[in-house]
Design a protein. Structure first.
Length: 139
């Protein structure tokens, strides 16, 4: 698969879209989530190698205490780093831009597009399954 992707030509952008990628990038020095979703975050191959050398020697309990690592996912961080490194090498990618959302959010956004839900800037109601009732219709 990687060879077929490389045959298509160089890519303009490589993106990591998971909580594991976000955690790895944070450990490599990317901005914390508190800085907001639109802050540019990247994970470089060199940064990933440094992070892997550090985390591969730690137990899950120790990983769970690191900034940017959620306790429920600490056990999979080392495996995620291995998979990320293998994918980056196979695809000859030196840097991944980290997306603040993952596959689940992408599926939801795609579904909303398919339903024709207008973006927040063009709708007067919160994003729910229906428009809010007018106060006069409730009384």
């Amino acid at each position: 698969m990687a060879a077929r992707l490389r045959q298509a030509g160089p890519s303009d952008l490589a993106v990591g879209t998971s909580k594991t990628f976000r955690s790895l990038a944070r450990l490599a020095g990317a901005a914390p989530s508190g800085d907001g979703p639109r802050v540019r975050r990247v994970l470089t191959e060199a940064g990933l190698r440094q992070v892997f050398a550090f985390i591969s020697r730690m137990p899950s309990a120790g990983l769970a205490g690191l900034d940017g690592v959620s306790p429920g996912r600490a056990h999979q961080l080392v495996a995620g780093a291995l998979v990320a490194g293998a994918a980056m090498r196979a695809l000859e990618i030196g840097e991944l831009q980290i997306c603040p959302w993952a596959l689940r959010e992408g599926v939801i956004l795609h579904r909303l597009d398919m339903l024709g839900v207008p973006p927040a800037s063009r709708r007067s109601w919160p994003l729910t399954d229906r428009q809010p009732r007018r106060v006069s219709s409730i009384a």
